[in-house]
Each structure stands twice: as C-alpha cells, then as structure tokens.
Ligand binder design. Sequence first.
Ligand code: ATP
Ligand code: MG
Length: 427
Amino acid sequence: MAKPSISKVENAFQPAKEINSATRFAGRKKSVGDAYYGLIAAGSHIAIVGNRGIGKTSLSRQLINIATGDNDLLEKLVLPHDEKLDFQTFYYACGQTTTDTTALLERLLTSSGCLGEWVTQIPKASKIVSSYTPRFGANILGMKVALDGEKRTEVESSAAIGSHSIDTVFTNAVAAIVEQKLSKDGILIVIDEFDQIGDPSGFASFLKALATNVPEIKFCIVGVAQDIQQLMKEHQSSNRLFAGSIIPLPSMSSEELREIIDIAESAIDNYLTFNTDAEERIISLAQGHPYMVHLIGKYAFRLAYQAGKQVITVEDIEATVQSIAEHGSDPVLEGRYKKAVASSEHREIVLKALASTQADDGEVWTTNAYKLALDQGVDNASQYVGHLASDEYGGEIVKMRDRYYRFSDSLFAAYVKARPRLVSKQG
Ligand SMILES: Nc1ncnc2c1ncn2[C@@H]1O[C@H](COP(=O)(O)OP(=O)(O)OP(=O)(O)O)[C@@H](O)[C@H]1O
Ligand SMILES: [Mg+2]
C-alpha cells in the first residue's frame, strides 16, 4: 500500500465542491433516473429541490454530463438508456445581483459562460440582443458587433424599434441559436441557486411561453426549497410546466452515505480506512447529509495522515468533530451556532435538546425537548426556545403549531447535534 500524496488525501472527500464525476457520485439511483426521464421528455422542464447541502448541485452536474452524452453514471447505476444525448448545455448560478426574472434573463443572455458567447457568434442572435436597448447598450455584451463601427449603425437603427421586453428578446435570441442546429437534442440551461432570486415572478409564465415558442430549450432550475411552488415563489401550481420532472432530493440513506466513505477510501487505495464503528458514527452524525460526511471525513483523514495512523476509530471521529468546531472549519455553520448559543450554557443545552429530539419528519415536540433540558438542569426551557426562534439568535427554529417546532435548516440541526459543547458548565 503506497503512501498517497497529501493532496490526494485532502481531496478524497470534497466538502467544498460538488461531485462532477460519475465514479465519485454515490447512490441517488431514483433521482438520477427521474432526471434522465426529464431530459428525454419533450417539452418538459426539470426542477431539483431539497435542503441545503443535500446534493442538488451535484445532481445537476450529473444531469449536464448525461445531457452531453456521458452515460457512465447511468451505466454504473444500471439505469436503462439508449443512444447518447446531445444537448448544448449551460450552467448558471444565481447570485445576489440576480434580483428578478429580468436580471436573470439578462445574465443568461450576456454572460460568457452562458449564452453570451453564442449570442456574439451568431449574427442574427446578436442583432436581436442588441435591439434590447437601452438596457443592453452597445457595451453591455462587450460584443464585437458593438465595437465595430459599421455594425454599430445597425445596433442604433434597431434600437429605434427596440422596445421589446426581455422575454421576447430572450426567446428570439435562443430561437436564432437553435436554428443553427448546433446540437441534436437542443439546449439545456441549468439555473442553480434559483432560491437566491428575490422576485422570480413572471418566470413561470415565461417558461410556459417558451415551451410553445422554442420547445428545444429545456431549463433545469435548482434550489433550496421543499417544493416547486416554494422555489418559484408562486402560489398557483407550476406543476404542469414541469410535467412530472420535479426531483425532490431526500436525505441520503445509510447505504448511500457509506458509499461516499467507500469511494473516498478507494480514492487513496485504502491507505487510510475507517473501522466499522467509526463509519457508523459518521453516518449517524451526518443525519442524511452528504455534506457532513465529506466535512467530517476530510478532517478525519487529515488528522490520521498527520498522526501517521491508518485505521480511524470512533475516538478519532470525536476528536475530529471537536477540531472542526474549534477551528471553525465550516465558518458559516459555526457562526450560526455561536449566534444561537450566544455564550449561554442553558440556551446551548436547549438548542441541543431540540436537535436531538427531532422526529423522523424533523418536527420537535417541545415536551420531549424540555424533559431532556430539565435533566440537564434547565427548568425554563420555553424561554430559550423563544430566543432561538427570534431573529436576534438567528431564527434557527420555527414554530409549526402549538408546542411543535422545527429547524429551518436540517443541515444546521445535524451540525448542532454533532458539535461538542461550546459553553462549559457555569458555576
Ligand atoms: N451523490 C453524491 N455522492 C457523493 N457526494 C455527494 C453527492 N451529492 C452531494 N455530495 C457532496 O455533498 C456536498 C453537498 O453537495 P452539493 O453542493 O451538490 O449540495 P447542494 O444541495 O447543492 O448544496 P447547497 O444547498 O449548499 O447548494 C458536497 O460536498 C458534495 O461533494
Ligand atoms: Mg448547490
């Protein structure tokens, strides 16, 4: 067993990165199958929804691979498939500047990683986009046409009639790209972090019109949400638009989480391994979140490698979790934890009691949590529950109905359960 390089060990788990390759992608047979059917279903858009850190971006990356003819994952999962698909694919992750549907469509059309490059290369498309003035002045695309004196006149003349809405411009521009028949199956546009869009109103009706006008374009929208209505922030049903291609990503099963560990071990030829108890401990701490397995796994490998140990035990996992907390290895989760606890021993006890009394559906019955907190000397737990639900302490829990709460983010709940105590016993 040759000693692997530090970088191999460091990258065996990847908490900070989605999974691109089929070999590293664990489980998810049903979701991948559903995504594949969504791809081949004519006129249907796809939506991937689920909790934070559950694997949405990774699944969307696999979808892009499949859409561009890479059938490795379908083969690995033994999912029936036939000829290779041939989509032109684009991936776009929304950020804070993607405030609404107009901003989104503008970004998709102009960013070079997305349609922008094609828009500039296909004269008909660039002409259409240039007509969308004044918003897309000559410089917005950084387009060659705009820099070219002769074409600038064209830009200006079309500007006179350029009162089209962005919907129309987008539709016409993509129609011009589709006309070029650059790919057999059309265009797939993945929009990740769709939940970041403050006001996505109008997007559903845009998609509906697009399905009629340019059926060769397929969107896959991805984001943190329980369902499609929540993601689209629309009350009316958007179900039909997605014609059965809504993929809610559930928590991963123990087998799937174990596979992540196996894949990481094989990436370094089993030079470092977890013993069975350690593996079970990680799986139980992860609470169905692949992210937690990668986070704990990465630091467990690092510590073992540094200590010259090859078999990782439960004690090592406890030490790893402690080190993750102390070093703020996930600064966001750690920051939220500190904000919720805010140096109060009792609030920390209540927070942990809530996390460990979650039912399978994630709901917490306060009677159970209070009992657990009382066992640890907190007799006024309800007061702390009030704190934890308030913005001042991060609003990490929400009241469902009388005496029932839930964590708004199940990944945070898993972190709370896993993290060792921050505030030591007072007095
Ligand atoms: N099927 C999988 N097999 C192995 N690891 C996975 C799988 N899915 C996700 N992961 C890992 O879990 C972590 C979270 O994945 P990913 O970024 O895809 O989730 P996400 O739902 O998009 O998260 P966020 O809500 O933060 O955007 C990453 O470390 C990724 O490598
Ligand atoms: Mg993501």
